[in-house]
Design a protein around this ligand. Structure first.
Ligand code: FAD
Length: 815
């Protein structure tokens, strides 16, 4: 191969699979950067060459669906640009349903597709039979059909991307193995290889199942696990059309694709076989594992059941290859939290071919501009945390996620493996009180409390689930008396230093420089004005702040602050999550309970909303923040963790005569929906500005302080808004809203729900979503429309709401 390594590159891409080649292509084509791609063996020789090549597009996130749609658009036109075929065939994809829950899932999926601008059809068994005569449809309820899905040749696409990358000036070098980095502080300055060293500005780790060990060379955690994935290729199958739709048969855990007159089929078994938990060997090039017919038997018999003609058709080849899977089934993209100039694109969970084109596009943009071009939170590497550095946990959770690939996606489903990882000191007390726990970023959190005669155990269904009444009781307690939530998993940061105020002012949209004791609700924005963080900042002293944010956003928000605070600003930030427990006391009786527990009067004038005071409960120091996420009087009580049990006991004792109830996250969600508080990652995301989200009141546009996103917001004020977050209740109260339902205004598409649930006080399903209109949206526009929501393909009349459905203090029910 006699490769010559250049001395320097703006960007070194590691890995010549589909992801590395797509990233190099986009970096060179769109950003005109000096790009060098290093591949230890030959292009495609990792997981890419043996992929089955099914290309689906629909995901539960609008942005990720957009990424996958981009792949298809690119694969269609790549041949014209490079002269190399990609094998792209738009066959459409059939998904088969054999039971009612699956059918509801598909109806919801069809509605999601409509919300995201795709046309998914629902077909009867007879229509399926007509389309695919070889299928046994006797057990089908129906099928969904997405005509724009298809299939492609993984190696051909990758070679076309590689050629395109070279045409735009990138250098792709085979036979160069990366073996380490020169680091200066937390930056890579040079990449070591078997051919010497190359200095660089940035590194993109697209090393597939090797990405974990490449990451580790720079201290970066890339939580993935290689798993053995098998499919077979059959001889020619009589009667199979060359343009037969690809098939996903999730109830039988199998997929099918036509290939040169035969079938490719494989599946996702409940008992997957992991490959190594150690390092993946560098010499693993164009290799497969031994055929494992015993393990494949489950897919074989499923395939025979669905396509009986296969009984007379020989198997030409079995492919048993490794692919990297992740603990939540989503891929891993973005700037690593641990190393300032390593970006990652890995862990593609057997949809790397479908995602490759789009993932390379957005990753290249992220690398070049240091900012994700859209909301990529579902795949963002910062969604992980320290628990994901634990190999055993990652393996167990990943195998569970793999096993669930084709199971019905019930709302509110929790993972079971690797629990508990992190728990508040109150765990045993809450368990004894009937807590049914869920897990978030490793933390055990009470979702709801079962009464003495009920098992604290979720029973999943597509309708109202077994906890519905119990969460309703907790909800009522908060509205009528008081509820106590253990929210110790809240992420908490301590920020201190001479320039802490100035640094926070420059990244927060709200005014932070307020008197000591102020609790400020604020967003942090990207340069487009999109919302990156949504949190509270409490001023403890002149240059000392306490930041509280959601459990899942711990790594994301911490790193956003570090990355975006002015360079060299003098302040230190510490993650103190585990040092502070948090009890949240909410409800009309909250004051009386807190007064009893502290032995101190706490009149509103002395302790107004938006203030922090230090109190003592059971002799323990308590940092009390008067805020609310439920629309009731209440406090977040932050307690040095050693004291939290004593504080809990004291509050429970003081609250008992006043009707204090233990309350969980399912009730919390219902309460916040009624109050209209926005949730980051669903209602508010990097795609949405505070003005669009109705949070303009929390933006310091009147002050002359500069902050990230200000210019974009100023531009936005010059034109009418194009979308506006709106609340909806349905007229029927038996509807289950889960998010992504289509909003119809005067019968026409106007957006989709970003979150949905049930409000027990209003007795109605509640949803939030952006009402969109290219010509402009105003409150008048929103409120003057006549609305329906499309819920699992069924139109349901809905009422729009601006502002809270239930007002704090004065329980004014508007629905
Ligand atoms: C059996 C099977 C069926 C599949 N079917 C489908 C399908 O139907 N549809 C679909 O979308 N996806 C499918 N996939 C998944 C798809 O193959 C992967 O998601 C995709 O190929 C991942 O591409 P990648 O670029 O991330 O990884 P890879 O293709 O593995 O590329 C990573 C590259 O990095 C190189 N590298 C590693 N370490 C170093 C180093 N130190 N120095 C230099 N280079 C290094 C490797 O040699 C390798 O070439 C399937 C996977 C399997 C196993």
């Amino acid at each position: 191969m006699n490769a010559v390594l250049p001395n320097h590159a703006d960007v070194v891409v590691i890995g010549g699979g589909i992801i590395g080649c797509s990233t190099a292509y986009h970096l060179a084509r769109d950003h005109n950067l000096n790009v060098v791609l290093l591949e230890q063996n030959r292009l495609t020789s990792g997981s890419t060459w043996h992929a089955a090549g099914l290309v689906g597009q629909l995901r539960s996130s609008a942005s990720i669906t957009q990424v996958l749609k981009y792949s298809v658009d690119l694969y269609k036109k790549l041949e014209a640009e490079t002269g190399l075929q990609t094998g792209w065939k738009m066959t459409g994809c059939l998904r088969l349903a054999t039971n009612q829950d699956r059918w509801i899932e598909f109806r919801r999926l069809a509605t999601t597709a409509q919300s995201f601008g795709m046309d998914m059809h629902l077909l009867s068994p007879a229509e399926v039979k007509k389309m695919w005569p070889l299928l046994d449809v006797s057990d089908l309820i129906g099928a969904s059909f997405l005509p724009t899905d298809g299939q492609a040749s993984p190696s051909d696409i990758t070679q076309a991307l590689a050629k395109g990358a070279r045409m735009h000036g990138a250098k792709l070098i085979e036979g160069v193995r990366v073996s380490g980095f020169n680091m200066s502080a937390n930056r890579i300055s040079a990449v070591h290889t078997n051919l010497g060293m190359i200095t660089c500005g940035k590194v993109v780790n697209c090393a597939g199942m090797w990405a974990r060990q490449i990451g580790a060379m720079a201290g970066v955690v890339v939580p993935l696990q290689p798993v053995k994935h098998q499919y077979v290729i059959t001889e020619k199958l009589k009667g199979l059309s060359a343009d037969a739709a690809t098939i996903r048969d999730p109830d039988l855990r199998t997929y099918f694709k036509e290939e040169v007159g035969g079938l490719v089929f494989g599946g996702y078994e409940p008992d997957p076989i992991p490959w190594t938990e150690g390092d993946v060997p560098a010499t693993f090039e164009f290799q497969l594992f031994e055929d494992d017919f015993d393990h494949f038997e489950q897919h074989m018999s499923a395939a025979l059941q669905r396509i009986p003609a296969l009984a007379d058709c020989g198997v030409k080849k079995m492919i048993n290859g490794p692919e990297s899977f992740t603990p939540d089934g989503n891929f891993i993209l973005g700037k690593s939290p641990e190393c300032a100039n390593m970006f990652v694109g890995a862990g593609f969970n057997a949809f790397g071919i479908a995602s490759g084109g789009g993932a390379g596009w957005v990753l290249a943009d992220w690398v070049a501009k240091e900012e994700a071009p859209m909301d990529l939170w579902p795949v963002d590497i910062r969604r992980f945390s320290a628990v994901h550095a634990k190999r055993k946990f990652v393996t167990a959770r990943t195998l569970e996620a793999y096993g669930k690939h084709y199971t019905i996606g019930y709302p509110h489903e929790e993972y079971e493996s690797g629990r508990p990882q992190l728990a508040s000191p109150l765990y045993d007390r809450l368990k004894a009180k009937g807590a049914c726990f869920g897990s978030k970023l490793g933390w055990e959190r009470p979702n709801w409390f079962a009464p003495a005669d009920t098992k604290p155990h979720d029973i999943y269904s597509m309708g109202r689930q077994n906890w519905f009444e119990h969460a309703g009781r907790e909800h009522a307690a908060v509205r009528e008396k008081a509820g106590l939530f253990d929210q110790s998993s809240f992420a908490k940061f301590d920020i201190k230093g001479k320039q802490a105020t100035a640094a926070l002012e420059s990244i927060c949209a709200n005014r932070i420089d307020r008197p000591v004791g102020a609790v400020v609700y604020t967003q942090m924005l990207n340069s487009r004005g999109g919302i990156e963080c949504d949190l509270t900042v409490t001023r403890l002293a002149d240059n000392h702040y306490y930041v509280v944010t959601g459990t899942g956003f711990r790594n994301h928000d911490f790193n956003w602050i570090l990355d975006h605070a002015p360079r060299g600003a003098e302040f230190q930030m510490r993650d103190v999550t585990e040092e502070w427990g948090t009890l949240v006391l909410m409800g009309p009786k909250a004051r009386a309970i807190l007064e009893a527990a502290t032995g101190q009067d706490l009149p509103s004038q002395g302790f107004p909303f938006g203030q922090c005071r230090e109190l003592k409960v059971a002799g323990k120091k308590v940092r009390a923040l008067r805020v609310t996420y439920v629309g009731e009087l209440g406090w977040e009580l932050h307690v040095p963790v050693r004291g939290i049990c004593a504080v809990y006991d004291s509050l429970m004792a003081a609250g008992q005569p006043l009707g204090l109830a233990l309350t969980g996250y399912r009730a919390l969600e219902s309460l916040r929906l009624e109050k209209g508080y926005r949730a980051w990652s669903s209602d508010i995301t990097p795609n949405d500005t505070p003005f669009e989200a109705g949070l303009g009141w929390a933006v310091k546009m009147k002050s002359d302080t500069g902050f990230i996103g200000r210019e974009a917001l100023a531009q936005q004020t010059l034109q009418p808004l194009k979308k506006m977050l709106t609340g909806f209740t349905t007229v029927r109260d038996d509807i289950v809203l889960v998010g992504r339902e289509t909003i119809l205004r005067d019968g026409k598409f106007a957006g989709y729900l970003t979150s949905g649930g049930y409000g027990y006080t209003v007795g109605k399903p509640i949803g939030y979503g952006y009402v969109r209109n290219a010509a402009g949206v105003s409150v008048e526009h929103v409120m003057s429309g006549s609305y329906e929501l499309v819920v699992a393909t069924e139109k349901v009349k809905a009422i729009p709401h601006m502002g809270a459905l239930v007002d704090p203090g004065n329980l004014r029910v508007k629905a």
